[in-house]
Design a protein around this ligand. Structure first.
Ligand code: HEC
Ligand code: HEC
Ligand code: HEC
Ligand code: HEC
Ligand code: HEC
Ligand code: HEC
Ligand code: HEC
Ligand code: HEC
Length: 501
């Protein structure tokens, strides 16, 4: 191991001199913490007491891989069959995550005795949790950065929202947004592009140390592009440094990104019967247990229950498999682009092209781009997978009735979007608004914004309300009431020839 010939090196030598007697004193679980991690703790316990306290609360801090691997299914929490010998009998500490495979991390710096990278990526977690990492990579979330900015149409939408327009010659004129705005806006959830720009040396109070300077940092967006080329941030749902399963199973974790008017899953769930029961009874439920048993550990579903969790009954029969590929139970993409459609085959959606050459999974007239989307058999299998969850608490007829209503809502909201699109296409043809065929953005004029509201806010809200049982968001709160009113307003605007500005 090379030593950093700086002041930090000297401070570190001092730190290790102090550390040796501490280890000899035999701190309670000192022998289970690797020497490398003990060195980190020596400084960080006092530098970042909050951070280290979270780690101490985690299962990582109190479980060795040997112990984790000794647990049989269905209670096991690690998916690797084994790990290198040196990792077997130590708990998972700072060094085990932040110094793993340093050469694959462009953000690695000499940090005293060790080579540390601040951006711990899914590839590091894969050492012990390969199944979760592999599945997560097949999820729309892992590709949320490219799905947005790698798609000309969506990145135009982002620019039109984020770029502050100027008043020039008596008209609004577009301006390109600053990268910091996009990082703080869309990419807060979708994930930023984290790259190493340079390195800088700072005086830390413990001597000078070198640190990487990163773009798009900090960020825990689901599709974050990491310096090592991997995608995503596991801490989007498992906040560091507790990495708790209980936190991920609670709905507030998802609310961070699934709450706005375009994607109101959390609000819908909150006003549903399931959300009511959680509010009234949730405190007494067991969110730590693996396996998770409906009826025994909880009595109404959270987001995780329906979309992710493994559910097991008292005979240890699996009722639903756990999945980090969170589309295993989704047959329809409710999120209209601009129409709801069968789920995409590949989570990288920016490569899809419709007949008109636009990067959309549906035509503007509503037909799905069948070649890019899953077929009838796969749709049926996924719907069954979702219904298997419901079956742990409901009868078939209750569930069947629910999904019939959902299918109906999907059809009628698509119909409403078709009407709104017909108005817009007419406006483009008549020159009341300037569409792509005439070199205009489809997202900048008033009538076009109303059309975006139609599918992005109101049709989505209505479908989410129907799928996740929160009727309020399907009617007066951005639901059918808004859909009906918006069509009328669009008609008025076209007739007034006022759609242009
Ligand atoms: C000699 C004391 C010392 C030791 C030992 C030490 N660190 Fe640090 N570490 C620091 C200081 C000081 C900082 C800077 C804190 C700040 O920015 O305020 C830091 C920062 C960090 C950062 C953030 C870097 C960034 O760019 O944001 C990480 C990650 C980190 N340390 C991990 C570790 C790990 C893992 C170990 C053990 C392998 C370790 N440290 C050992 C003192 C130490
Ligand atoms: C969108 C939210 C979300 C993201 C992102 C996420 N997870 Fe999870 N994870 C969950 C939920 C929810 C559970 C609980 C599953 C259950 O109840 O069976 C979970 C459970 C786990 C478990 C416990 C498995 C067990 O057997 O007890 C591990 C390990 C895990 N996740 C690792 C990861 C890794 C690694 C990543 C990054 C690649 C990741 N997760 C990203 C939501 C997420
Ligand atoms: C299970 C893996 C894991 C372990 C164990 C771990 N870290 Fe981290 N650490 C992460 C992840 C993940 C991030 C956040 C990066 C991201 O967003 O993906 C992080 C971030 C950090 C940061 C930057 C956070 C900030 O808010 O500035 C520091 C500093 C840090 N870790 C130090 C430590 C120290 C000290 C320990 C030991 C007590 C430790 N880590 C243990 C995975 C780990
Ligand atoms: C060196 C192996 C190792 C690495 C690397 C690792 N973990 Fe773990 N993980 C474990 C062990 C051991 C447990 C505890 C298993 C047990 O308690 O049976 C665990 C448990 C978990 C759990 C379940 C916690 C709970 O409350 O049930 C989650 C979530 C998790 N890890 C996420 C991550 C994430 C995210 C990363 C990467 C940032 C990561 N782990 C990196 C070994 C590892
Ligand atoms: C608060 C978090 C959050 C922010 C901020 C955010 N989004 Fe999203 N976005 C989501 C979620 C959640 C989904 C997935 C919704 C679903 O499928 O139910 C999504 C999906 C999308 C999709 C669909 C992509 C595809 O092909 O799968 C587009 C397009 C999109 N968002 C555009 C934007 C734009 C443009 C911005 C910024 C102006 C933005 N989003 C900001 C959370 C966010
Ligand atoms: C940091 C933001 C963030 C958090 C936290 C988050 N999501 Fe997401 N989620 C997104 C974005 C963004 C997308 C859409 C990506 C796209 O379309 O490209 C998405 C997509 C999804 C999808 C569609 C996946 C697919 O492949 O079809 C599901 C299901 C989902 N999220 C469920 C959850 C659940 C459940 C939780 C909580 C356990 C959660 N999400 C937490 C941002 C987030
Ligand atoms: C009772 C089960 C249930 C609960 C609880 C639940 N969902 Fe859903 N969710 C569904 C169903 C059913 C669908 C539609 C599935 C389909 O038709 O493909 C869906 C669809 C979704 C989608 C996909 C949207 C798209 O664009 O296709 C996301 C994202 C989502 N839910 C997030 C959440 C979040 C976040 C929570 C918690 C706040 C949650 N769900 C709670 C059952 C549930
Ligand atoms: C862990 C148990 C559990 C699971 C899993 C579950 N539910 Fe429920 N659900 C309940 C309970 C309890 C109620 C409240 C019944 C009442 O109103 O008395 C309920 C209520 C409902 C309602 C009535 C809503 C209303 O306001 O009228 C519908 C519809 C429903 N569930 C559908 C589903 C569907 C569909 C799924 C699967 C996608 C599902 N549930 C999964 C426990 C569950």
């Amino acid at each position: 191991m090379t030593r950093n010939p700086s002041r930090a090196g000297a401070v570190l030598a001092f730190a290790f001199a102090l550390l040796a007697p501490a280890a000899a004193r035999g701190q309670e679980d000192g022998s289970r913490i690797s020497e490398a991690t003990q060195a980190c703790l020596f400084c960080h316990e006092n530098l970042h007491p909050g951070l280290v306290a979270d780690w101490r609360l985690s299962r990582h801090a109190r479980t060795t891989m040997a112990e984790a691997l000794a647990v049989d299914e269905p209670a096991r929490r690690v998916s690797t069959p084994g790990v290198p010998e040196e990792l077997r009998d130590v708990v998972v500490g700072c060094a085990e995550c932040h110094t793993h495979a340093p050469d694959t991390h462009p953000d690695t710096v000499e940090h005293g005795e060790a080579r540390v990278h601040p951006v711990v990526t899914p590839r590091d977690c894969a050492l012990c949790h390969p199944r979760e990492v592999d599945e997560y990579g097949q999820n729309l979330m892992a590709h949320a950065y490219e799905n947005l900015l790698g798609n000309d149409l969506f990145s135009d939408l982002a620019d039109r929202i984020n770029g502050v327009e100027s008043w020039t010659d008596g008209a609004l004129a577009p301006r390109t947004p600053h990268a910091a705005t996009t990082d703080d806006s869309c990419l807060a959830c979708h994930g930023t592009d984290v790259q190493v720009v340079r390195r800088e040396t700072r005086d830390t109070g413990l001597g000078e140390m070198e640190f990487p300077v990163l773009t798009g940092w900090p960020n825990v967006g689901v599709g974050r592009v990491n310096p090592d080329g991997s995608r995503g941030s596991c801490s989007a749902c498992h906040t560091r440094h507790e990495f708790s399963i209980a936190m991920a199973r609670k709905p507030y974790t998802c609310a961070q990104c699934h709450k706005g008017p375009d994607v109101p899953a959390f609000k819908v769930w909150e006003v549903s019967k399931h959300g009511n029961i959680y509010a009234a009874r949730g405190e007494g439920w067991d969110f730590e247990a693996v396996p998770w048993r409906p009826g025994r550990h909880f009595s109404a579903p959270t987001c995780a229950t329906c979309h992710i969790s493994r559910l097991v009954n008292d005979w240890d029969m699996t009722l639903a498999e756990r999945t980090h590929r969170m589309n295993d139970r989704l047959d329809t993409r409710l999120f209209g682009l601009p129409y709801a459609h069968p789920h995409p085959k590949d989570p990288r959606t920016s490569t899809i092209r419709n007949r008109a050459g636009m990067p959309l999974p549906t035509e503007l007239t509503g037909e799905p781009v069948a070649t890019a989307l899953i077929g009838a058999d796969e749709r049926a299998a996924r719907r069954n997978a979702m219904q298997a969850v419901c079956l742990s608490c409901h009868s078939r007829s209750w569930i069947g009735g629910h999904f019939d209503r959902l299918d109906h809502s999907i059809a009628t909201t698509n119909e409403s979007t078709r009407t709104a699109t017909a108005i817009l296409l007419d406006a483009w043809r008549q020159g009341v608004a300037t569409g792509p065929a005439n070199g205009g953005s489809p997202f900048d004029e008033t009538l076009e914004r109303m059309w975006v509201d139609h599918w992005l806010m109101y049709a989505n809200s209505t479908r989410f309300a129907s799928a996740m049982m929160g009727a309020d968001y399907g009617v007066f709160a951005d639901g059918r009431y808004a859909l009906a009113a918006n069509l009328r307003r669009m008609q008025t605007l076209v007739r007034l020839d006022g759609g242009r500005r």
